[in-house]
Design a protein around this ligand. Structure first.
Ligand SMILES: [Cu+2]
Length: 153
């Protein structure tokens, strides 16, 4: 009877350990420190890019972005980059999205930049930003409630 008990105890300990592990993962996913980190690292990237080569700003199209109430939205929703630098849009959603500059209220592109369709779980090419400083609003042509801003300065 000693052996089965021991085995059970081990199994329980292992179960306990993996439960803690899973709880940690789940809390990471739901609390989402990546949200804070993403903003921080993108800001850092943007700053780094102004010093010359090497900084590549990436903006996420988070899961759920195709649903108006999904709480998604480009992440971060505002990025600041040097004139003429590039941004990559990273589609983490299961739907097509674009990052198209223009007026989101009328869903009218203005031709300043356009990622084109970015397929689910794919990244856009590096999209070149305007050289003229300013604030450029952009949206998804398929989901115009998805709105972001690129600040060129
Ligand atoms: Cu979209």
């Amino acid at each position: 009877m000693l052996l089965p008990n021991l085995t059970n105890k081990r199994a329980l300990v292992q179960l306990g350990c993996s439960a803690v592990f899973i709880a940690a993962i789940v809390s990471l996913v739901f609390i989402g420190p990546s949200h804070a980190f993403a903003q921080g690292s993108n800001a850092t990237n943007a700053t780094g890019a102004s010093g010359g080569q090497g900084g590549q700003v990436t903006v996420a199209m988070p899961a759920g972005s195709a649903v108006k109430t999904g709480g998604g939205g480009y992440e971060p929703d505002t990025v600041t980059v040097p004139p003429g630098s590039t941004i990559i849009w990273d589609n983490k959603d299961n739907a097509l999205h674009t990052a198209t500059s223009g007026n989101p209220e009328t869903a009218t592109p203005d031709g300043k930049f356009d990622s084109g369709y970015v397929a689910a779980n794919q990244q856009s090419k590096p999209i070149t930003m305007p050289t003229e400083p300013g604030e450029y609003t952009y949206f998804c042509t398929l989901h115009p409630f998805l709105v972001g801003t690129v600040v060129v300065q």
